[in-house]
Design a protein around this ligand. Structure first.
Ligand code: ADP
Ligand code: MG
Length: 346
């Protein structure tokens, strides 16, 4: 088993694109770690540089404390699963799964025994003689996972391995992957642009933008306390409220009303300062007490057991997620109260 570290890791492509920008990172042994960010932010490049498939242009990569910056991929003891699975089309499932063992010169009987064992674990027992073209997307994805597991790597590197599955299967595969990683305890780096996937799977998440990490934390931290408006915008299945405000002593004028400056932020802002007030719709309640921001219900969006209520507060639209039984009527006059402690200033 192994942790991973990057030290001032840099990757500039020949064309001049700075895909990974002097990045520092420490991933713990056994951790399920997500690299999350929009397309083009450098996730794949970082993963491939960890794997040794791309040569760093600066800095270093350490696996299990060993500097592997100039070590070939084969000697890094990592298994990678790609978005398109990269199965060998002319090989059967059992040969695909046991291929890494063949590379390691294991005898056919031994490697087929191992492949069968994993195949059974991953629900592929009846498919061992098929070729990839005769498998569904979900089955192909499991074969790719089985192949990754086959040679007991000390590191799993996953590049959006669920993105080619349809929505339902994707949720099942997510749970399956999490369970597998828990059982095996193998350090895992999981690349995704899907914030919900990262929140659901990871022990910790690095949110990336333009080759850099904008925030690193647990799902609870990046969701509950996004460090900047980039992360605030990127994380969450409903958009975070980011409202223009002006500090007035111990309160902040916002959305035609006034809210207390959050505890902890008092010393950091000055009277008259312009700020952005951030609060997730999930942390905004409909107030019964006559306090909070006044507005008129404009749009209702049904999310299942909750409803996203968009309230027109004059200059600003403010979202609040409410239980379906508390859903107001469109056009109703309401007041919105952020949950104390959930208001953030940027
Ligand atoms: P992500 O996986 O987050 O979508 P990538 O790591 O694929 O991002 O790409 C990061 C940046 O590097 C992008 O601007 C992309 O166009 C560029 N890039 C990726 N691969 C290459 C390459 N082989 N040559 C030149 N530029 C590349
Ligand atoms: Mg990518």
């Amino acid at each position: 088993m192994a942790g991973i570290s990057a030290r001032k890791l840099d990757k500039v492509y020949p064309g001049g694109v700075h895909a990974v920008d002097r990045l520092d990172l420490d991933i713990d042994d056994g951790e399920f770690f997500a690299l999350l960010g929009p397309s083009g932010c450098g996730k794949t490049t970082l993963l491939r540089t960890i794997a040794g498939l791309e040569q760093a242009t600066g800095g270093s990569v350490l696996i299990g404390g060993r500097d592997v910056t100039n070590v070939t991929p084969a000697r890094r003891d990592v298994a990678m699963v790609f978005q398109d699975y990269a199965l060998f089309p002319h090989m059967t499932v059992i040969d695909n799964i046991s291929y890494p063992l063949r590379i390691k010169r294991q005898a056919r009987v031994a490697r087929h025994a191992r492949a069968t064992e994993i195949g059974v674990q991953l629900g592929l027992a009846d498919l061992m003689d098929r070729r990839p073209a005769a498998l569904s997307g979900g089955q192909q994805q499991r074969v790719a996972l089985a192949r990754a597991v086959a040679c007991h790597p000390s590191l799993f590197l996953f590049d959006e391995p669920l993105s080619n599955l349809d929505a339902r299967l994707r949720l099942e595969a997510r749970t399956f992957l999490k369970r597998l990683q828990r059982e095996l305890g193998v350090t895992t780096v999981f690349v995704t642009h899907d914030q919900a996937e990262a929140l659901a799977l990871a022990d910790r998440i690095a949110v990336m933008e333009a080759g850099r990490i904008r925030q690193l934390g647990t799902p609870r931290e990046v969701f509950g306390r996004p460090a900047n408006t980039f992360v605030a915008n990127f994380i969450g299945s409903t958009p975070m409220n980011l409202l223009d405000g002006v500090v007035r002593g111990s309160t902040v004028d916002v959305a035609g009303g006034s809210l207390p400056v959050p505890a902890g932020a008092e010393g950091l802002v000055t009277d008259g300062e312009k700020v952005i007030v951030g609060v997730r719709p999930e942390y905004v309640r409909l107030s019964r007490s006559g306090e909070g921001l006044a507005g008129e219900v404009s749009i209702l969006e049904h999310l299942g057991t909750t409803t996203l209520v968009t309230v027109d507060c004059g200059d600003e639209l403010v979202g609040a997620t409410v239980p379906e039984e508390d859903e107001p009527e469109p056009g109703a006059a309401v007041r919105l109260a952020p949950v104390p402690g959930r208001l953030l200033l940027y």
